[in-house]
Design a protein around this ligand. Sequence first.
Ligand code: F6R
Length: 255
Amino acid sequence: MKVIRVNDYETMSKKGAEIIISLVQSNPETTLGLATGSTPIGLYENLIQDHKENGTSYKKITTFNLDEYMGLDGDHPQSYRYFMDHQLFNHIDIPKEQTHVPNGNAANMEEEAQNYDNQIKAHGGIQLQLLGIGNNGHIGFNEPGTAFDSRTHIVQLDESTRKANSRFFDSIDEVPTHAITMGIQTILESKQIILLASGASKADAIHKLITEEPNEDFPASALKQHDNVIVIVDKDALPDTNLKLTDGITLEDLA
Ligand code: F6R
């Protein structure tokens, strides 16, 4: 795992975007795994700007998002389908049918989860998966305690996650209690993973990610079992660089 520490959110977003743009340019038919939340918004803005200025094309790209709330339709402003359409897909040239977000309102959610996993496999897997990280270490909506060998599944959201995400809703009561998420094993099967983290609220989680051995109480630690992970953090998310790095972690400090 390579950790790159940069000054601020803007630099983090730009660095992450550069990796994705260069992959899309060298492999215009690649499959990307995407994330929602506050963290990747700046990265998506960079992709849109580059698409408009340099013409990088997404016409043949396929995308799979990590997760979706249960019980919200895709046209609900807090659904992740709505987020992706408005933050990225509507502004680049990707055909909508090549973009996949799990359906949080399927009649049979177990079947939806299995189909989602099968669709990823049918596309030959994900080349590059973008991740954020929860304050509690979740990746996707894989909350603490999730098995590292989990595949796409239904989860009950932690109260801490509902509270963190209530900033987007009128009240916490409106935040769904359940979600569908790619599993940890599904994520680990991606060929490359980029995790972004910005701000002091992520400092504890990043500290644990760097210093702890893999354990299911801290889902992001599963990434240490993958051999191609880049973590891009800003100074606030990693204030202390005098850390004892666990095996296999390198730190490049550009801040
Ligand atoms: C989003 C996702 C979540 C977020 C995490 C951080 O699709 O799967 O794991 O990446 O909750 O969210 P933000 O970026 O809002 O701090």
